[in-house]
Design a protein around this ligand. Structure first.
Ligand code: ZN
Length: 362
């Protein structure tokens, strides 16, 4: 029998600096504009970074929390594009969670005017005249994996009804990511839980995915193992730096897997939950994981085999382990298959961009 071959096109240009303390090695030899999450950066690290950047730092803007909305992106661009205009070689540096990094991914594309930019964010198009600034990303949560993907989520809360946009230029990757687990050590517990659930969701979504491949599978299974083992330890002992470092690693590995496969049905279903009930992103994905796992069963032998590796039991048994694990974290899984309205919502999300990546979607 001929050996089965697959065509694997792996591409991720982000230069990754990994490890405790790597953030302290950051140096700039050109002008930079900084966007940082006030809640995520200690005064000590702020001082250290300002010292390292010195005169190269031309602007410093604080992200004060909230959704990465079109309105917020607009006001940031209004404030920072004039500085980028003055220093056309300037690099954008973002320090924070997924929302901060995603806003920086938008901000680094400089348009001639803001109304035109907002139109392009909404249509996910990049006109040729747009100027692209280099981007360095420093995640402080473990995590969204945003530092190694090329897309940014923007919420269009001015649309009726509100919408989730995905801004994903072909060259949307950052030049560089500093993944320093120490930056995540002070992340509040609830946020740590939700971000780790997001990592687990990225890992599982890379497995039940039409774009799944063996390399992404290795990253994803390792990421899932780390979250399942280490998240309960962090929640019990927030000062456990070894466990927190493992979650930062899980976030990066899951992000790398997702950067190749994109996300799938659980993410497609999560967005409405975030819009309607303000459920944080990680939790909004996690509540759908058991149902989506069950829907994936039997759709492809490779997928079943990969899911079996997550809990080291047959895939159809693994979903019960997942339910049990989620319940210890206070997560109540949801299921849309029991009612006609639920089945209709499920069918609708299957047809969405992310839903179409789902492996059981025929
Ligand atoms: Zn996610």
């Amino acid at each position: 029998m001929a050996a089965q071959s697959i065509h694997l096109a792996w591409s991720n240009p982000v230069r990754i600096h990994w490890g405790a303390g790597c953030f302290q090695q950051l140096t700039a030899d050109a002008p930079v504009v900084v966007l940082a999450d006030r809640a995520a950066l200690s005064y000590e690290n702020e001082t250290l970074l300002l010292e390292r950047l010195g005169d190269h730092c031309k602007a410093w803007n604080w992200f004060q929390g909230g959704l990465a909305s079109v309105a917020l992106a607009r006001s940031l661009c209004d404030e920072l594009w004039p500085v980028l205009h003055e220093f056309p070689e300037a690099c954008v540096i973002a320090i924070g969670g997924g929302s901060t990094l995603d806003l920086a991914k938008v901000l680094r594309y400089r348009f001639s005017d803001i109304p035109m930019a907002a139109d392009c964010w909404r249509s996910n198009t990049v006109p040729p005249a747009v100027l692209r600034h280099p981007l360095w990303l420093l995640p402080t949560t473990a995590g969204t994996g945003s530092e190694v993907t090329r897309w940014a989520t923007l919420w269009d809360t001015e649309a009726e009804p509100a919408q989730k946009l995905s801004w994903s230029p072909a060259n949307g990757y950052a030049e560089c990511a500093f993944v320093d687990p120490e930056l995540s050590f002070s992340c509040p517990l609830r946020q740590s839980r939700d971000c780790a659930l997001d990592s687990l969701s990225h890992a599982l979504e890379a497995l039940w995915n039409r774009n799944a491949n063996p390399i992404a599978e290795s990253f994803a299974v390792e990421a899932a193992h780390l979250v399942i083992e280490k998240l309960p330890l962090v929640l019990e002992h927030p000062g456990n730096h070894e466990a927190r470092t493992a979650l930062a690693r899980a976030s990066l590995l899951a992000g790398m897997a997702m950067s190749q496969t994109q996300t799938a049905l659980a993410h497609a279903l999560s967005y409405q939950l975030t819009l309607d009930e303000q459920v944080p992103h990680g939790e909004a994905c996690a509540v759908w994981l058991p149902m989506v796992w069950e829907l994936a069963l039997g759709s492809a032998p490779g997928c079943d085999a990969a899911l079996a590796r997550v809990f080291d039991v047959p895939a159809h048994e693994g979903v019960q382990y997942l339910r049990g694990w989620l319940s210890t974290l206070g997560i109540s899984p949801r299921d849309l298959r029991d009612t006609p309205a639920g089945r209709s919502a499920l069918a609708q999300e299957m047809r969405s961009a992310r839903g179409r990546n789902f492996i059981a979607n025929r």
